[in-house]
Design a protein around this ligand. Structure first.
Ligand code: DGL
Length: 271
């Protein structure tokens, strides 16, 4: 048993979309979340910059004595999960891509046409296609699409309106039709926040979300290492490098709680 917190992090609010699954499936676990809201989005930045930012967050989490780091960000997972593992060898580091690829490999068959939606950096890395094919070589119809405008709009809270729907259609209409997509992988942890829009616009498509699948991997890994937490009264703390009004609104929206019930703090890592 290990009651230390788990460190979750993302470039912004996206990683928060894993937290409701965590709270439901592993209610004893305590969470330290860090969203780099001051520097988001990462997806259009260079590998070196993403790596530098990720290492700073890793240092912060290590200082908080977390028992595990969860990279609740596909972009960081695709860019530098191995660097984080090398830098913090004593802390297990879980990324989102491998658990999601495992589910795709298990649920899909050779006839499925699978579309992977992600940031530019994730698509450029080729990590999803490589991992899915590695886990299930019969899957041949794999297509990636970078959707760089999604994250800035989501971080601005522009979700329940025509601008977001038009942006989704701008990226997806031709992509879905030309590639006959029947399965979409939300390969960015921000995208579940527009999951309802995507479902409404493409109702017949199966959706697999990286935010959800990572929680199963966390559970298995903690169980395997006998590190699951027991009942405890530790607190969940949500840090952001910019405490904008929108961050606070989005965190309330995602977790469905009032601001007073949430322990939200500012932490600048840009030293
Ligand atoms: N939430 C992130 C991901 O899963 C990153 C978005 C970004 O900063 O571009 O890739």
């Amino acid at each position: 048993m290990d009651n230390r917190p788990i460190g979750f992090f993302d470039s912004g609010i996206g990683g928060l979309t894993s937290i409701p699954y965590m709270m439901r499936h592993l209610p004893n676990e305590r969470i330290i979340f860090f969203g780099d809201t001051a520097r988001t989005p990462y997806g259009s930045k260079s590998q070196d910059t993403i790596r530098q930012f990720a290492m700073q967050i890793g240092e912060f989490m290590a200082k908080k004595n977390v028992k595990m780091m969860v990279i609740a960000c596909n972009t960081i997972s695709a860019t530098c999960i191995d660097d984080l593992r090398r830098q913090f060898p004593e802390i297990p580091v879980i990324g989102v891509i491998s658990p999601t690829a495992r589910v795709v490999a298990k649920k899909c068959n050779a006839l499925d046409h699978i579309g992977i939606l992600a940031t530019r950096a994730t698509v450029r890395s080729g990590a999803y296609i490589e991992m899915i094919k590695g886990k299930n070589p019969i899957l041949k119809h794999l297509y990636s699409k970078a959707c760089p405008a999604f994250v800035p709009l989501i971080e601005e809270g522009i979700i329940d309106n025509d601008i977001m729907d038009l942006t989704i259609k701008y990226y997806l209409d031709d992509f879905m039709r030309e590639n006959e997509i029947n399965t979409l992988v939300l390969g960015c942890t921000h995208y579940p926040l527009i999951g309802e829009n995507i479902r409404r616009l493409y109702p017949d498509v199966r959706i697999i979300s990286s935010s959800k699948e990572v929680v199963t991997a966390v559970q298995l890994e903690l169980d395997d290492r006998q590190m699951l937490a027991g009942p405890n009264d530790g607190e969940n703390i949500f840090y952001a490098s910019d405490l904008s009004e929108n961050f606070v609104n989005m965190i309330q929206r995602i977790l469905g709680r009032d601001q007073e019930e949430l322990n939200i703090r500012f932490k600048n890592l840009d030293l």
